[in-house]
Design a protein around this ligand. Structure first.
Ligand SMILES: NC(=O)c1ccc[n+]([C@@H]2O[C@H](COP(=O)([O-])OP(=O)(O)OC[C@H]3O[C@@H](n4cnc5c(N)ncnc54)[C@H](OP(=O)(O)O)[C@@H]3O)[C@@H](O)[C@H]2O)c1
Length: 245
């Protein structure tokens, strides 16, 4: 495995549940300092209490879908509070399963705010040379396999996740000269609070090796953030088990 040190500080969004929770706990267990962001502070505090090193686990309450265009300044304010960041892992997101005829401008805005504009502006903040630790620092975005293949009703969700994947590649190119790496992960179905039981029952026959788990994704994120991945940037990885593609 790989290790981090407590002076290596990571921002994790969506840290109150599912993949973001798993990533926060794993990075903290591996020795890093974690700044965990979500709206539900009570959940964040519970997760901090269960972490391996609570003294290196910090909680920040923030609704990332409000004023997305100011999130670069928000990231800079976090740097002023905690110091320069080694990494950003953007896990926050919402599902949207709705047919084309039922889509409203409000739904489109809500989905794209949290799934696309928020990570874009957080990346802008993180990419600021005054905010990251330079060579060796990295960003990981949790997109979705829906960016590549999807069923009916997924136009909003798939569009937001495909946009995130595409922008991550461009950002990787723009900031490569600073030594900062950027990758995205496109998971298939992972068992988390986002995936409703009835939906997973229907999907079960597609997965002869079972669904993915939070730890499957968290381990891959930790690898992509580590120096073992120092020659990997601008890539997007489908995480699947011979099920969906
Ligand atoms: N589970 C899957 O099968 C799967 C597959 C592919 C991709 N993904 C993607 O993986 C990511 C994590 O999914 P998950 O399954 O772990 O979902 P989850 O358990 O529902 O967690 C979603 C997280 O996003 C946060 N969040 C949502 N809206 C927010 C807002 N407005 N401001 C700040 N935080 C917000 C939630 O925190 P609060 O509610 O506390 O704010 C929560 O921590 C998502 O981007 C999802 O699209 C999931």
């Amino acid at each position: 495995m790989f290790e981090f040190t407590k002076d290596q500080i990571f921002i994790i969004t969506g840290a109150s549940s599912g993949i973001g929770e798993g990533v926060s706990l794993l990075l903290n267990e591996l020795g890093a300092t974690v700044v965990a962001i979500a709206r539900r502070m009570d959940k964040l505090e519970e997760i901090k209490a269960s972490s391996a090193h609570p003294e290196n686990f910090f909680c920040e309450r923030k609704d990332l879908s409000v004023d997305c265009g100011t999130l670069d300044a928000y990231v800079r304010s976090l740097k002023a509070k905690y110091g320069k960041f080694r990494g950003l892992v953007y896990c926050a997101g919402i599902p949207a399963v709705i047919s084309l005829q039922a889509i409203t401008p409000e739904m489109a805005e809500e989905t794209f705010n949290i799934n696309y504009f928020a990570p874009l502006f957080m990346a802008k903040g993180f990419a600021d040379r005054r905010v990251n630790t330079g060579k060796g620092s990295a960003m990981v975005f949790i997109s979705s396999i829906a960016a590549e293949c999807c069923g009916k009703g997924m136009s909003l969700y798939s569009g937001s996740k495909a946009a995130l994947k595409a922008s991550a590649r461009v950002i990787a190119k723009e900031i490569a000269p600073n030594g900062v790496r950027v990758n995205s992960i496109l998971p298939a179905d992972i068992e988390t609070p986002m995936t409703a039981e009835e939906y997973m029952q229907r999907r079960k026959p597609l997965y002869p090796m079972g669904f993915g788990s939070v730890s499957d994704v968290a381990n891959f994120v930790a690898f992509l953030l580590s120096d073992k991945a120092k020659w990997i940037s601008g890539q997007s990885y489908i995480m699947d088990c011979a099920a969906l593609l």
